[in-house]
Design a binder for this molecule. Structure first.
Ligand code: UDX
Length: 465
């Protein structure tokens, strides 16, 4: 072992995240990459992650796990009381994380956090540990929020709600393509104030690592770096399963409670024939949404795999319209999404456009039917249709509903015909580019190496002088 290798194994990195699936997935993947580069990595999250688990995982893929309290009982329904949850977390999280760090046998050289736990920057500053933020949405969103929260450009207001916005490195966005938090109609107080804090606290963050890759969002990444940010895309941070490697162990907060095995079901379907449908981990579809999607699927007569999540302790109601289509497809409450997207039977993904789902779709080369709801999703949907050309977007009626006819029309548009061929070709090009970015010497691999080198050298500066 050479001395640089020995030196790295004594370097401990602490990752801190909110216990939410879309946050845990990318930071755990970053942790595994850092372990492969020779660092020792610990991931700390709140103990609400343990809600559905019989015991706390100790180590996943070489990344060690620690848990701290967010100040609420484990079984508290956080999703239903988001503002209270965020307030409590920001009060108790810093105290409990600080206690964890101080009592931990390892001395951390760097702390990396995801944006919602922005108070981690204050904890790191208090004990003088260099801090990086892992930005877990597109770099496009970072630029929009940076410009918005620092008051650098005009955004829609109550008196001018429909204005277009043009920002450096980005195409023109209409108001309904902007993230919901920058619109005057935003009603989520806590998330807006957290984002404000993130962008006012950036001077405490030494590096911003992005879950994206240069080839996917080049103009905006160049613009951010030219504007003085140290913004290094290190993604796509997705499980190795999507790269055709063996099944990658993750940290699943939810478990499928069906006996049906969706992988076995997919094995019986024709190549590129299945419509996969999922709206991520936060959204619950209304009965009307479920009915309209079901009627759209029925008209296509195509096989489908549909993840329908219901609020905690509730069963999926036995809707007659779901009974009607049950022979045509499979409905589950949770699936191994990255294995599903890499299965050759999957032909398209009807998605809410959460960033993890979208990146997974990009890496799998699967075309997208975008059905965005809130937060970054409307902006992500624009990237799908207007920037990358890897899918179509459903048109909602004035009351925000998506009709069955519209679902059917979009499925046909991505599954057959000339437009579908162009979309598939673009999707395959991005799939290839994602692999190149992660390869040895690829754009993201180079950024990870730069980050590791800087952590190692900042550590030797403070400890070995
Ligand atoms: C949230 C926000 O909704 C989203 O807009 C933001 O970009 C990230 O945070 P979420 O709704 O959970 O995310 O969606 P997404 O980002 O797509 O993450 C969901 C994750 O759960 C994906 O990694 C997906 O693979 C996984 N998943 C989902 C499963 O493994 N199985 C399922 O059945 C459903």
């Amino acid at each position: 072992m050479n001395s640089s290798c020995e030196q790295k194994q004594n370097i401990n990195v602490l990752l801190v995240t909110l216990s939410a699936q879309g946050h845990l997935n990318p930071i755990l993947k970053l942790g595994k990459i850092l372990v492969n580069k020779g660092l020792h990595v610990t991931l700390a999250t709140t103990n609400s992650a343990l809600k559905n688990m019989s015991s706390a995982p100790k180590c996943i893929g070489g990344v060690y796990h620690e848990f701290f309290s967010d100040g609420l009982p484990i079984d508290y329904d956080r999703e239903a009381n988001m503002d209270y949850y965020m307030d409590t977390l920001s009060k108790f999280g810093p105290v409990n994380l600080l206690a964890l760090i101080k009592s931990h046998p390892r001395k951390f050289a760097c702390v990396v956090h995801t944006p919602v736990v922005t108070w981690v920057s204050d904890v790191a500053a208090e004990i003088n540990i260099p801090n990086a933020m892992l930005w877990i949405q597109p770099c496009t969103l970072y630029q929009i929020y940076h410009r918005y929260y620092n008051g650098l450009d005009e955004f829609p207001t109550d008196t001018n709600p429909n204005m277009n916005v043009k920002l450096p490195g980005l195409p023109v966005f209409h108001a309904d393509e902007l993230p919901s938090f920058v619109l005057p109609s935003n009603r989520f107080r806590s998330l807006d104030s957290i984002l404000k804090q993130v962008f006012h606290n950036m001077h405490k963050v030494k590096w911003v690592l992005g879950n994206s890759f240069m080839e996917l969002e080049k103009d905006v990444i160049m613009s951010l770096n030219n504007g003085g940010c140290v913004f290094w895309p290190v993604g796509p941070l997705v499980p190795a399963t999507l790269m055709g490697k063996e099944v990658d162990v993750g940290f699943d907060l939810f478990k499928s409670n069906e006996d049906s095995n969706c992988m076995e079901w997919l094995n019986k379907q024709k190549p590129s024939s299945v419509v996969y449908i999922s709206f991520g981990t936060f959204l619950f579809l209304t009965e009307k949404d479920i009915k309209n999607i079901a009627s759209g699927l029925k008209t296509t007569k195509r096989p489908f795999l549909w993840v329908i999540r219901v609020p905690e302790n509730q069963e999926l109601p036995k809707h007659g319209f779901l009974e009607e289509i049950k022979e045509q497809g499979l409905i589950v409450s949770w699936c191994p999404q990255t294995q599903v997207l890499s299965h050759p039977a999957v032909g398209c993904f009807l998605s809410h456009c959460g960033w993890n789902s979208l990146l997974e779709s990009v890496v799998a080369g699967v075309p997208v039917i975008a059905c965005p709801q809130w937060t970054d999703q409307p902006t992500n949907a624009k990237l799908v249709t207007d920037v990358w050309g890897v899918g179509v977007k459903v048109k909602k009626s004035l009351d925000g509903v998506v009709s069955g006819e519209e679902v059917g029309r979009c499925v046909e548009e991505v599954m057959s015909g000339l437009k579908s061929e162009v979309i598939r070709k673009n999707a395959l090009e991005l799939k290839a580019a994602a692999r190149v970015a992660l390869r040895d010497g690829g754009s993201s691999d180079n950024n990870i190496r730069m980050f590791v080198d800087e952590v190692v050298s900042s550590c030797s500066c403070t400890e070995h002088k």
